[in-house]
Write a protein that binds this ligand. Structure first.
Ligand code: LMR
Length: 400
């Protein structure tokens, strides 16, 4: 049976990590996958995480199964972070949370729920979006459409084109919005724009799905939830797929969540029961370790403070590196955009959409062993003082 199987195309992002590992060039640089690195180029385990793991080793009472929706304490901690501790939504039953294997798992569970329960739904994705969004929802059986997002002449949000494209959304459709630190562009709407987008989605009778994988990487944990809160103020039904891969550095532990906000607790319970069937068919119940680490950190005030300070350090390093990258390009006379390189400092989160063309990206890889995503997305969180000059010299060479 396997004789007729042809090789699949490598993944647009993780495939580059495989190619990077196979590259023999000792000076190779991987700025493709969205993983944070410190000044030394290492992806650290956060001290708060290590402390929580030590605590778990002594205190985890069992390795028996979690419920289909995961640990209730983790669900509550997730809602605290999303909505704010004082929000009614944390405990009033209108919002239910599923612990899921990573943000990807949460998105796939959401896709399965939508495909099984909302016949005829089209899912709208920004153009561009995270490459895996298309595959996840296609695999779930949901048709997708794209809405305009980026003005590539200025590398800023093309709000008029975005809202014009979203005017074609039909009742019952789902509009996926990146909660902050848009992947791949780093370009986020203002709060006023969020309000206008939420109003448009509500007026269309559509459901917003917020992909919230980078909370804390733009301005701070609370500030980064402003877009989500603007949507919640306007829409009474929302899906949220969140992830702790980046903000807790728990990448390989696969820690994410799907949170459903419904108009009332009984509707939330009905949706919850449908999602339980989707999870049971897929992976039965989620893995415990990483989620219990997050739950413990968020239930302990001093560990929470430690985590917030480590998150601030990561965010500050990335933002400092945005300035260094802009200056290093300026000093070589490289201008990635007609309006200059200032956009690099205005974008949020790990990524900058550089404006480099596919050919230039291919040359960076072939001639300089520098790996960035084909769309021109650079992981700023992977740039260090020791690879910055080599990166900028290579960019100067490929744009010349
Ligand atoms: C990315 O966009 O690089 C990350 O979200 C990692 C991934 O799984 O693609």
């Amino acid at each position: 049976m396997f004789q007729s199987i042809q090789p699949a195309a490598p993944d647009a992002i993780l495939g580059l990590t495989e190619a990077f590992k196979a590259d023999a060039n000792p000076d190779k640089i991987n700025l493709a996958v969205g993983v944070y690195k410190d000044e030394q180029g290492k992806t650290p385990t956060l001290a708060a995480v290590t402390a929580a793991e030590r605590w778990l080793l002594d205190n985890e009472p069992t390795k028996s199964y979690l419920g289909i929706d995961g640990s209730p304490g983790y669900g509550k901690a997730t809602r605290d972070l999303l909505f704010g501790k004082d929000s009614d939504l944390v405990t009033n039953g209108q919002a239910v949370t599923f612990q899921c294997p990573g943000g990807t798992g949460a998105l796939r569970v959401a896709g399965d729920y939508l495909a099984n329960n909302h016949t005829g739904t089209t899912l709208w994705l920004s153009d561009p979006t995270w490459a895996n969004h298309h595959d996840i929802f296609r695999a779930a059986g949901l048709p997708t459409q794209s809405y305009a997002y980026l003005d590539s002449a200025t590398n800023t949000l093309d709000f008029d084109s975005m809202t014009e494209a979203l005017s074609a959304v039909k009742p019952g459709d789902v509009v996926l919005l990146h909660g902050c630190c848009h992947n791949p562009t780093g370009v986020d709407p203002t709060t006023e724009q969020w309000q206008a987008i939420a109003t448009l989605v509500k007026d269309k009778g559509a459901l917003p799905l917020i992909d919230f994988a980078y909370q804390g990487f733009a301005q701070g944990v609370e500030q980064d939830a402003a877009g989500l809160h603007a949507v919640l103020d306007i829409c009474d039904e929302v899906l949220i797929c969140s992830s702790y891969s980046k903000n807790f550095g728990l990448y390989r532990e696969r820690v994410g969540a799907l949170t459903v906000v419904a108009a009332d607790p009984s509707q939330a319970a009905n949706v919850q029961s449908q999602i339980k069937t989707a999870v049971r068919r897929n992976y039965s119940n989620p893995p415990a370790h990483g989620a219990l680490v997050v739950e413990h950190i968020l239930s302990d005030a001093s560990l929470t403070d430690q985590w917030l300070s480590e998150l601030t350090q990561m965010r500050s390093r990335i933002n400092g590196m945005r300035t260094n990258l802009r200056q290093a390009l300026d000093s070589r006379g490289v201008q990635l955009n007609a309006n200059g390189n200032g956009f690099i400092e205005q974008q949020n989160g790990m990524f900058t959409m550089s404006g480099l063309t596919k050919d230039q990206v291919a040359k960076l890889k072939a001639e300089h062993a520098i790996y960035i995503v084909g769309s021109g997305r650079i992981n700023v969180a992977g740039i260090t003082p020791s690879n910055l000059d080599r990166l900028c010299d290579a960019i100067a060479a490929v744009v010349a």
